[in-house]
Design a binder for this molecule. Structure first.
Ligand code: E4P
Length: 226
């Protein structure tokens, strides 16, 4: 199980990368434009925060396979570190996934709504697939069920492609896909912080401290004895 940050906000990435077990950062064009900055400079700043080992996912915007392939090569040439190219599962995208994967370029097949889209991308050689859980739910589908079926297909056909479930609007969706066979999730900063937000925890911690200080003195704020 790995956790990615679905954001391009450098300060939020810096904070989460310091405090949480973060494997890398995923972006898409909508996430990038929110930062309203030159995008290569933005990618380089994110890279500086997460280091060269963690994966940084960058999505192409071209319409044809040829454009997508050129963009993929440009991204890999311009950016240092471990980059993964995101390509949508359109017909042109599938062609680009096939050709780039054959050249060992790591690809995340994105914008996935159905198990068969994921299966096609995996057969084409994609390293990752990203089913869009909340967007599927919004179309009166069942995002968690789609993830579970993709996991079942990959297991049946022994495909090495990893599922990175994406598009979440609440913690319950993340919880459910983790139990449904998604090896990995990518989640926005606000939701990641909610993973551990449970009011009883800080309340208990506060009681522990008060009891401790009743016995050992209010100046004792930690276990280190002077
Ligand atoms: C992954 O990077 C996807 O692009 C992203 O999770 C989509 O999320 P949204 O449906 O919240 O826009």
């Amino acid at each position: 199980m790995r956790l990615f940050i679905d954001s391009a906000n450098v300060e939020q990435i810096r904070h989460l990368n310091e405090y949480y077990p973060i494997a890398g950062v995923t972006t898409n064009p909508s996430i990038i434009v929110k930062e309203n900055r030159p995008y290569l400079e933005l990618f380089r700043d994110i890279r500086e925060v997460i280091g060269n080992e963690k994966e940084l996912f960058i999505q192409v915007i071209g319409d044809t396979a040829e454009e997508m392939i050129e963009e993929a090569k440009y991204i890999l040439h311009e950016l240092p570190g471990n980059s993964v190219v995101k390509i949508p599962v359109t017909e042109e995208g599938l062609k680009a996934i096939k050709l780039l994967s054959a050249q060992n370029v790591p690809i995340l097949a994105t914008t996935i709504y159905t198990p068969l889209q994921a299966l096609m991308a995996a057969l084409a050689g994609a390293k990752y697939v990203a089913p869009y859980v909340n967007r599927i739910d919004n179309l009166t589908g069942n995002g968690v069920k789609v993830v579970a079926e993709i996991a079942q297909l990959f297991s049946t056909y022994q495909l090495p492609t990893e599922i990175i479930a994406a598009s979440f609007k609440n913690v319950q969706q993340v919880h459910d896909v983790c139990l449904s066979g998604s090896q990995t999730v990518t989640v926005g900063p606000d939701l990641i912080e909610k993973f551990i937000a449970f009011p009883a925890t800080p309340a208990d911690v506060s009681v522990f401290k008060k009891e401790w200080q009743k016995t050992y003195g209010t100046d004792k704020t930690n276990l280190i004895q002077s």
